[in-house]
Ligand binder design. Sequence first.
Ligand SMILES: Cc1cc2nc3c(=O)[nH]c(=O)nc-3n(C[C@H](O)[C@H](O)[C@H](O)COP(=O)(O)OP(=O)(O)OC[C@H]3O[C@@H](n4cnc5c(N)ncnc54)[C@H](O)[C@@H]3O)c2cc1C
Length: 240
Amino acid sequence: MGHGWEGAVLKLLRGKDFTFTVTGAERVTEHYARVDFTDGGLLAAAGTHPTMWVRVWFSRSGRPHQRAYTLVDPDPVAGTFSLEFALHPGVAGDWARSARPGDTIDATLQGTAFTVPDPLPAQLFVVGDAASLPAVNSLLDAFGPTPATLWLETQHPSDERLPVRVDPVRHELRRVPRESGGERLVEEVRSALPGLVKDPSGAYVWIACDTVTTRALAAHARPLLTAPRRQLHALGYWRP
Ligand SMILES: Cc1cc2nc3c(=O)[nH]c(=O)nc-3n(C[C@H](O)[C@H](O)[C@H](O)COP(=O)(O)OP(=O)(O)OC[C@H]3O[C@@H](n4cnc5c(N)ncnc54)[C@H](O)[C@@H]3O)c2cc1C
């Protein structure tokens, strides 16, 4: 499959192309799937970092559609990783629902980057949902001993069984059902966060929900931090 004008632009930006091969697929819940891959040389060429994501090319009616997905448990020695899909109507979810061992899919690596602050912050605050859960899990892992509060917006009763990798000793998980297009989540974080931040210079805030919710949450978090450009990472993961 050609990748159209988007693929041409990514080539100009020095995007690197890889082909992944499916080795296994598991339906974690009715709305969440994990697909395992061999990496086509990706990890040896690029290394790994927390929240690392790739631009995967899905095809519908012969046309390419690029969607971002986060690497789960990348293993550079074995050359393997998984992707986890929050399932909803869409070209990516349709592909994941029917993925079988031996299937292949193209991806381009361009734009992903994340550096864990050094020294680690005293507190980590994370706001995400099923789409950003793979990134959230890698982030909690990368921030090691840092105590964290995680707000996870849920959309389905089965989200109770999402693979959230929290450690009850250092992480507090607050599940928030999605209501009014994310407004309930914004309200809960807005009212709780100011009281939770102990030191405006020692907190790190990471937000990845839908684009509208992410923008609103970032606006509330920014004034609570001494150096928001260093202490706040906010990226909309999907368009409502
Ligand atoms: C850096 C980055 C990393 C990402 N990593 C992951 C990942 O690891 N796993 C993952 O599942 N997603 C991830 N996403 C989000 C994913 O790229 C989007 O959800 C994408 O729109 C899915 O494409 P689609 O073809 O399934 O649906 P689309 O064709 O884009 O949209 C179809 C319909 O579904 C709705 N929709 C799209 N996404 C969601 C959602 N999450 N929940 C509810 N409704 C939705 C849209 O509003 C639209 O109405 C990531 C996004 C970014 C920016």
